[in-house]
Structures are given as structure tokens and as C-alpha cells.
Design a protein around this ligand. Structure first.
Ligand code: HCA
Ligand code: CU
Length: 380
């Protein structure tokens, strides 16, 4: 799990998200933000996709970012010839190997795929550019075919091979098994790419690392085809729990919220309320039992310290499940000096009101009116 690298694909996979359209200034803004955050690679849409995509790719290569710039192409000499001229540091090559894709998409067989892969890889390598070869829909591909082609491309010197769960069908255990097997067959790095159709994209990325993968593809908020891929923020949440020192040392985590806001705005979506780390309720504690323990020691009910990401926790204090420790803490914050008896009486009243109309309690809280114990104090 140590020393994993991030291939940030908001500007490639993310462009495949239903709402996404990034013009060059927006791409530059996003690329700079990701670079500042500390991602290792930034992957861009194929220059063969459109003339503007090609021009944008060249422009981003000229920014002189710390992150290496990759583009992503079909396993085809036409695309490879365009890609090597853009100034990228590396090329990610992909071709479908599942029977679904071989029959219904490109119509090529394994012999053709292998021969084309060798030609494209040798061509890109001759330009002294990094090269990754990946199969698409790896988990529905024939295992013998997969291992055979990966072993071939490893021998001719690719920098990485890639495994892609294109349709989001893989479970963590399947991922572990496949990557473990592949780890025994190739000596190059292993990149992985997980779609989130069944909610496993983060768990699968983590299992891949446990099994010996070295690179994880992400996008901001997970945007991509359909419901997207492993989200950058969610991966950070998972990895900070696994290796806080490495993650804190390598990535500027307090920039995550700004990057997510930037991308959310660009593609016109809201950040989900339950988003990892930055979601509206990600660090809100509500029940009396939880609030009391959190106030004593946040680790009781928090595996991630919000401060590591520049976020703050919030103790909810106006519901039927509120406990008096939350009221006490809020009173102390407001500079009110009350006895324990008064906190408890105040809590009882809040709970009683909340039983009837939770919103009324909130409104009262905001206006800070009509809580008898508090009125007594104010006028005292
Ligand atoms: C796609 C392909 C891809 C490629 C992944 C990769 C996938 O949808 O265009 O090259 O690592 O999910 O298979 O995104
Ligand atoms: Cu994908």
C-alpha cells in the first residue's frame, strides 16, 4: 500500500461525464489545482478526439507543471503518431480485450491486438516517452489471454500495464486475485482503473494496492462515464487511514475542498451531502451518546481528523436525540456560564420542542430566543 501514485483523470475520464465540458482556461485551472495538490500524473483526453483536444493537450504540456502529463489513446498507430507530437511525458494506450468488446466494438482478435500493441509500444518508446498498455474490460476478459499479452508487453519494456474495470463489475476479492496473479507475471508497474457502478471503486483501488498495484486512476468527485470512477477525495479518505504520514507528506489535503468546488461548479453539480470528507454532514455528530464521546475525545467516533483536510467538525445540538453535553459545549462556546442543572433543564426543553417540530427549535436556536434558562441568565 506504500508509495502509491495517483493518475488523475478528471481531464480525460472526467470529460466523459455527462455534464462535462472544459474549455482551455478551465482545463488549465483544474490542471494547476491538481498539480498543486500533488498528484503524480494528469491524464488528458486523446489529441485524436478533436482538433481542440489536441491544441489543449499541447498547451497543458507547456505549463511546466510538476505532475507528469499523459494522454490516453486507442491502441492504434494513427493515434500514437498524433500523441507523441503533443509534448506529453507519457501515453496511456488502451484496447478492449473482453469478448463483448472484441465482438461488438472493435472486432479484432488477440493476435491482431498483440501485434498492434507491440508496434504502438515500440513506436512510443522510440520517442523516449513513458508508455502504459492497458486492456479495457479486464475483468470480463480471458485470463490466459490477459496474462499472455501483459507478459509480452512487459518484456518489450512498457513502464506500466493497466487493469480496467470498465463496467464496474469487479468485487474487491476479484481485484485482489487478478492483481496478485498479474504481479507474479510482470515486473513493470501496475496501474488500475475502477468504475463505480456497484459502489466498489474505492475498495477495489485499495485492494489493488494491497495486491501489488502501484498506480490508481482517480477523478475529482469521481466524475466519468455513467456514475464515474474512484474519487480523488474518497481515495484520500481511504489512504489517510491506511498511511497517514505518507498521505499527509505527499498531498496538500487542505486544498481538496477547493478543487472539488472548482470541478463541481465547472460541471454544474452539487457536492453530495455524504461526500467523503467534504460532504455537508461528513463531520457532524448528532446523537447525545456520540456528541458526549466526541467532546471527550474525537477519535471515539472519527477515524479521520477533519483538521487534516482543513475541515471542522460540528456538534448538532437541537434534536430529540441531543444530550446535555452538546448543550453544555454550545453554551460554553457562547460564553454562557450555567450550572449542570441548567444545562439539563435546557436540554429537556429542547428535546421536548424537537419532538414536536425540529425546525422550530433550529429557528429558536438561530434567533437565540425563548429558552427560559438562557433568558434567566441573560437578565441575571
Ligand atoms: C473508456 C476506457 C477506460 C480506459 C481505462 C484505462 C475504461 O471508457 O474510454 O485506460 O485505464 O474504463 O476502460 O476509461
Ligand atoms: Cu474508464
Amino acid at each position: 500500500v506504500n508509495n502509491f501514485k495517483i493518475i488523475e483523470s478528471t481531464l480525460r475520464e472526467g470529460e466523459q461525464f455527462a455534464n462535462a465540458f472544459f474549455d482551455l482556461p478551465k482545463k488549465i485551472e483544474i490542471a494547476k489545482a491538481l498539480d498543486d495538490f500533488g498528484v503524480d500524473y494528469i491524464e488528458l483526453t486523446s489529441p485524436a478526439a478533436s482538433e481542440q483536444s489536441r491544441a489543449d493537450c499541447e498547451a497543458i504540456c507547456k505549463l511546466g507543471l510538476k505532475a507528469k502529463i499523459l494522454t490516453h489513446i486507442r491502441c492504434h498507430m494513427d493515434d500514437a503518431r498524433i500523441a507523441v507530437k503533443t509534448g506529453v511525458d507519457g501515453v496511456d494506450v488502451v484496447i478492449g480485450t473482453s469478448s463483448y468488446l472484441m465482438e461488438h466494438s472493435h472486432g479484432k482478435d488477440m493476435t491482431y491486438i498483440t501485434n498492434t500493441a507491440i508496434e504502438v509500444i515500440n513506436y512510443v518508446k522510440s520517442h523516449n516517452i513513458e508508455i502504459r498498455f492497458s486492456s479495457e474490460d479486464s475483468f470480463r476478459s480471458n485470463l490466459v489471454d490477459l496474462l499472455s499479452i501483459y507478459s509480452t508487453v512487459d518484456k518489450i519494456g512498457v513502464n506500466r500495464v493497466g487493469i480496467a474495470d470498465t463496467v464496474g463489475c469487479a468485487s474487491p476479492r476479484q481485484v485482489y486475485d487478478l492483481i496478485r496473479t498479474l504481479r507474479g507475471v510482470v515486473s513493470c508497474d501496475i496501474e488500475t482503473h475502477f468504475h463505480n457502478d456497484t459502489g466498489c471503486a474505492i475498495a477495489n483501488a485499495y485492494c489493488a494496492l494491497e495486491a501489488g498495484a502501484t498506480h490508481i486512476d482517480t477523478s475529482v468527485l469521481g466524475i466519468g462515464e455513467r456514475n464515474g470512477i474512484t474519487p480523488l477525495g474518497g481515495l484520500m479518505a481511504r489512504m489517510i487511514v491506511a498511511d497517514r504520514e505518507y498521505v499527509m507528506g505527499k498531498y496538500k489535503l487542505h486544498k481538496l475542498k477547493d478543487i472539488e468546488d472548482l470541478v463541481a461548479q465547472a460541471v454544474e453539480v452539487n457536492i453530495p451531502f455524504n461526500n467523503y470528507i467534504t460532504g455537508y454532514s461528513a463531520f457532524t455528530h448528532k446523537s447525545g451518546v456520540h456528541a458526549k464521546a466526541i467532546l471527550n475525545n474525537p477519535s471515539t467516533y472519527e477515524i479521520i481528523n477533519p483538521a487534516d483536510f482543513g475541515m471542522t467538525r460540528y456538534i448538532h445540538f437541537a434534536s430529540r436525540i441531543t444530550g446535555w453535553n452538546a448543550i453544555k459545549s454550545r453554551a460554553v462556546q457562547l460564553g454562557l456560564d450555567m450550572t449542570d442543572e441548567q444545562y439539563k433543564a435546557c436540554t429537556a426543553q429542547i428535546k421536548q420542542l424537537a419532538d414536536i417540530r425540529p425546525r422550530a427549535v433550529l429557528a429558536q436556536k438561530e434567533k437565540e430566543i425563548d429558552i427560559p434558562e438562557k433568558r434567566e441568565l441573560d437578565t441575571a
